[in-house]
Write a new protein. Structure first.
Length: 532
């Protein structure tokens, strides 16, 4: 009987697929171990993910934020793993036909990971090692498995349940696969423990850190600031609910006891280098401030209000001898650099004009969460976060906007961006089904450093109606508002607009987030269904 031509091809394909995936798992595990021993940011997935973020067009990135929200980093990481799995399968299939070519592909991907790691801010040559180690291990395992898969049983060696003479020794191959996977699991566990040990000092330092008593405490939130309307969030946003938008695929965990801040640059006559204890030896103040992300679409969720504790940034700059441009200072830009290399440029005039610009260490009565910048971050009311809110702060450098473009400016965003006046309807939600009768339409409005004086609501393009405002807690926080609506049957469109403390009315012209923040009135469509 003539042999079927596909009988040998199927085992070879299976060998290739299994070999490719197992080799990739082994390589990633060893790369993670090497990264944990050095810098976690240098792991291949993190390094490639960061490079992808850097190279992604602004429109695509904004689309991802709208679609995935704060899960965008998780989706990116999973996407990279899916691509790696597909490449591993393809490389394995290539290996059973042409092993040298497959080994070259594996090495090429290691080189891509190494170059991505070297492209990251604050990178050193050591950051290339995890990807190169991973590629070397992956290539070695691929060679071992594919070579083992090619070996055949000698004549007369067949046993029940196995192929006969000349066939692949499946049991031996299977034992080898299990051994590699077990070793990879052990290496992965070691990487996890080493990484946890590496961040243990930072975790312990945060646990030991006690917020200083403010020299100037914030007054209690005024009675009536929180309207307590069902469907409307609290006036102060809990830490766990505060939005997070940044590029850090791995949240930096900084040891507060080894943290340092350097202040230098143009116009700095007395450069400073401070540890946390020295920073907090200065007067500490407390202030309620609303932060807003420039990626926030009209009506979007990326705004939050918190009570921040820290040192006045303007006073610290004056201590370093800095004068604002209005007083003849040579620098008009303050470039903040985080421990992971992110750069954010802030107008010097804004942080020295008397507003509550802070180097914050506390949030809502507790040390900053790691995700929000522990141990020290910047908070500047009235400016979007991408030009003011540097987290995991490590350096402040005085320069000019003409001389230097910070990270986001190099990616099509404006050099300077004041928060635009916005009002948002939080309840009822879009497409809500309502019953006729009284409905509380409520939300928040913000125009940090200018304040909110008025909020108006209209139905189906009709006349604007005055909403009742919650009590103001200064000009730097949002204000809650509510408007009682007698809903009638049918489909309706609700719109809202605000007037800031200067008397300027929020524009109804719709624009996108790029280059300096979205504009337009927030609107929701609702259905009011007649009873019966």
């Amino acid at each position: 009987m003539e042999a079927h031509p596909s009988r040998g091809a199927r085992p070879r394909r299976t060998t290739g697929v299994v070999s490719g995936i197992v080799a990739a798992v082994a390589g990633l595990a060893c790369a993670q171990l090497a990264a944990a021993a050095g810098r976690p940011e240098a792991s291949p997935v993190t390094a490639v993910g960061g490079a992808v973020v850097d190279l992604t067009p602004v429109a695509v990135r904004e689309w991802a934020i709208r679609l995935f929200g704060t899960s965008d980093k998780l989706v990116l990481g999973l996407g990279i793993l899916v691509v790696l799995a597909a490449v591993a399968v393809g490389t394995g299939l290539l290996a059973v036909r042409h092993l040298p070519a497959a080994l070259a592909v594996t090495g090429g991907f290691g080189l891509v990971g190494a170059l991505a790691a070297l492209s990251r801010p604050e990178a050193s040559w050591r950051d290339a090692l995890p990807s190169l180690v991973g590629a070397l291990v992956s290539a070695g395992v691929l060679y071992l498995l594919v070579t083992a898969g090619r070996r055949t049983r000698p004549a007369g060696a067949a046993r029940d349940g196995t192929d006969g003479a000349g066939s692949m020794d499946r049991r031996r191959f299977g034992r080898l696969v299990v051994a590699v996977l077990a070793a990879s699991a052990g290496v992965g566990l070691g990487a996890q423990r080493l990484g946890a040990h590496g961040s243990a000092d930072a975790t312990a330092s945060r646990a030991r850190f006690r917020l200083p008593r403010p020299t100037v405490p914030a007054p209690p939130v005024p009675a009536g600031a929180d309207l307590r309307v069902p469907g409307l969030g609290p006036f102060l946003t809990p830490d766990q609910d505060f939005y997070r938008v940044d590029t850090a695929l791995v949240v930096p965990r900084v040891d507060a006891e080894t943290w340092r801040l350097r202040i230098h640059g143009e116009g700095v006559t007395r450069p400073l280098e401070l540890d946390l204890r020295q920073l907090l030896a200065r007067p500490v103040v407390e202030h309620d401030i609303t932060l807003t992300c420039v990626s926030n679409e009209v009506g979007g969720p990326y705004a939050g209000n918190a009570r921040w504790l820290g040192v006045r940034l303007g006073d610290l700059l004056r201590e370093a001898g800095v004068r604002p441009p209005s007083q003849g200072g040579p620098a008009d830009q303050l470039v903040a650099r985080s421990v992971d290399g992110m750069t954010i440029g802030t107008p010097v005039e804004a942080v020295m004009d008397g507003r509550a610009a802070l180097l914050a260490v506390g949030m809502n009565g507790r040390p900053l969460p790691f995700a929000h910048g522990f141990p020290v971050r910047m908070v500047v009311p009235g400016l979007y976060g991408y030009v003011s809110a540097c987290k995991w702060l490590a350096e402040l450098r005085l320069t000019t906007f003409a001389a230097y473009d910070a990270y986001w400016v190099r990616r099509s965003w404006a050099q300077q961006a004041q928060v635009k006046t916005q009002a948002r309807i939080d309840t009822p939600r879009s497409y809500a089904d309502l019953s006729p009768g009284p409905v509380a339409v409520a939300g928040v409005a913000w125009a940090q450093h200018r304040g909110i004086d008025r909020v108006q609501v209209r139905v189906d393009g009709g006349s604007w109606q005055e909403a009742r405002l919650g009590t103001a807690d200064g000009a730097d926080t949002w204000r809650q508002w509510v408007w009682p609506w007698q809903a009638t049957a049918g489909r309706h469109t609700l719109e809202v607009r605000a007037t800031d403390g200067t008397g300027a009315v929020q524009t109804g012209v719709r624009t996108g987030t790029v280059p300096d923040g979205a504009t337009g009135w927030h609107a929701v469509d609702v259905d009011v269904r007649a009873l019966g």
